[in-house]
Design a protein around this ligand. Structure first.
Ligand SMILES: [Zn+2]
Length: 179
């Protein structure tokens, strides 16, 4: 940080601490408003207002920075680790939810692959058994089809199905970053 900005930050910090000490000790809530106006080099700051509030305040209604707490159901800050009402660990909750979702997805995929495997084996066996009753010119084709479905079944049962879970987790991460 250039020393000029460091100087500014130090001055601001000192001023802010002073103002906080001077707040009336009457037990009520007080709010600071810091207004910044200016044009520093190539960065046009325009007008910016920061509100510093001494009390915990819920996020504005309908804001994309708010979320419902899964434990107490109240509206709390989306990116804060703990719920502001009941201190439920939201980050941990999200991790567990993402893990469960990925596991369920993997289970579904495995189930579908098993069904597909059974179908392939069934078709291969069926063609193999009816090939005896087929006309002579069709028999090589039946044998080839049996081979193809048998191979498909082999590929399905030996394919690693770790991938869907990993993709799921990445998608979850992408969603979090998009927000
Ligand atoms: Zn809560």
């Amino acid at each position: 940080m250039p020393s000029e900005e460091e100087d500014l930050v130090n001055k601001l910090s000192a001023r802010l601490s002073g103002e906080i000490k001077n707040l009336p000790k009457d037990g009520t809530d007080h709010a600071f408003t810091v207004k910044i106006k200016g044009n520093r080099g190539h960065i046009n700051l325009g007008h910016q207002t920061f509100d510093i509030k001494t009390t915990k305040e819920p996020p504005p209604e309908g804001s994309n920075r708010s979320r419902g707490c899964p434990q107490c159901g109240q509206s709390t800050w989306r990116y804060t680790q703990l719920c502001m009402h009941c201190h439920y660990n939201l980050h941990h909750h999200d991790d567990v939810a993402a893990y469960e979702q990925a596991r369920a997805h993997k289970e579904r995929t495995t189930h579908q692959l098993l069904k597909l495997f059974a179908v392939c084996v069934g078709v291969a066996l069926l063609i193999f058994f009816i090939s005896d009753y087929l006309p002579e010119p069709l028999k090589p084709w039946a044998l080839a089809l049996t081979g193809v479905f048998g191979l498909l079944a082999f590929v399905i049962i030996t394919s690693p199905n770790e991938q869907p879970a990993r993709r799921m987790r990445n998608r979850h991460l992408a969603m979090v970053m998009d927000d």
